[in-house]
Design a protein around this ligand. Sequence first.
Ligand SMILES: [Zn+2]
Length: 413
Amino acid sequence: MKTVKFIKRITLINIITILLFVILPSCISKVKEKTDEELKEMALKICENNIILDSHIDWPEKYLFFPEDISGKTLKGDFDLVRAKKGGLNVALSVAYINSNYEVDEGRILVDSVIKLVAGFTKTYPDKFAIAKNPDNIKKNFTNNLFSLPLCLENGTPIGDDLGYLKYLKRQGIVYITLNHDKANQISDSNFDKNRKWHGLSPFGLEMIKEMNNLGIMIDISHSTDSTVFQSLRYSIAPIVATHSSCRYFTPGLERNLSDTLIKAIADKNGIVMVNLCSMFLDSICMKNCSYLLDWYRSNKINMDSEEGIEFARKYEETHTIKSNSKQVVDHIEHIIQIAGIDYVGIGSDYDGMGPSQPIDLPDVSSYPTIVFELLKRGYTEENIKKILSDNFLRVWNKVIEIADSLHKDLAN
Ligand SMILES: [Zn+2]
C-alpha cells in the first residue's frame, strides 16, 4: 500500500511540476504573444471603460484667442468633445492661465471670464458637460455620461495679498492653483526666471500654503523652483501635485522638469507627478530646437498659433526635430514608477498650451489610447494603467479635501 501511495505522490508531484513549468509559462507567453492589433484593441477598450483624467489642458486660453464650439469638432487647437470622446477622455482640468505680466486686477478679470466660459458650456450643453468640484462629482458625471470640466488656476498672481480671494476661488470651483508661471510673483520663485527674489516661497506664499490646506485647494508646483518645491513640501500638511511636469533625468539642467530627488519627495508625501506631453520637456534635442522656435516667436512678436507662426514651425521642422513620441512619454512615466512607484504618476498633457510641440503620434486629446497601447506593450496590467489614467490623481485630490475637512473638525472641537 505504502509503495502505491508513494508512486501516487510522485505522479502528483510530476503533474504539479508539469503545470508549473509548462502551463504557467505558456500563459505568460500568451500575453506576450498578443499582436499589436490585439493590444491596440485592448487599449481602446481600457480607454472606453475607465475614467481618463488629464490634469492640465489650456483649452480656455485657446478659446479666448480662437472662439470655437468645443462641443463639436473644432478647427484649431488640441481639444474638443469629439476628439476627447475618441480618446476616451472624461475629465479635462480646465486652466485659467494668467500671463506673468498681468497685474492683479487684469488677472481677476481673466479668472472670471474663464469661470463664465466653462459655466456657459455646462449650461448650454447640460447633456454633455458638467462642472466637477471634487472626485465624487467626477465619478457621478462619468456614470451619467457627462464630460467633467473642473477649473484650475495657473499662476497665483490674481490673489494679490488677499487670502480672502482664495475663498472666492474655492467657491467658484477652482481645484488647484499653480503657484506661479514663468516669472517670480508675490508667492514664490519661478523655474523659468533667473531672478530668485524669495529663495523659494515668499512670506505671503507661506500663508497661502496654509490657507490652501485649510480650503482643500491642491498646491501645484509645476513652474516652481526646486527651493519652492522643497519648502512647499515642508510647510504643506497636505500632499502637493505637479500637474504638468516631466522628469529632469531626460532633460539634464532643465529645472522646469523634476529631479529624481523631488519626484521621490513628492511621492513620500503621498503627492503625484503628472507627465507633461510637450516635446520640449520630454527630450533634450526637442528642448533645444523648441527653445529656438519660442525665441523666434517672442523676438518677432508672432503668435505661435497664427497662420504665420504655424507656417514658420512647419518649415523649421523640415530640418530640425521638434516632436517627441509616445515611447518617450512612457519612458517618463516608467522613470517615475521606478523612482517612486506606480501610485504616484499620471498624465497632465498641457494640450493647447504647447504650440506646435505635440509628440508626433499624440497630436491631440484623441491620443490617450496610443499611450495605453505602449504601456500594454511594456507589460502593464489594466489595474495599473487605471491608476495612471485617473485613480492616482483622484486619490490625492480626495486626500487634500479630507485634510481640509479634518482641520475644520479640529476648529469645531
Ligand atoms: Zn504651464
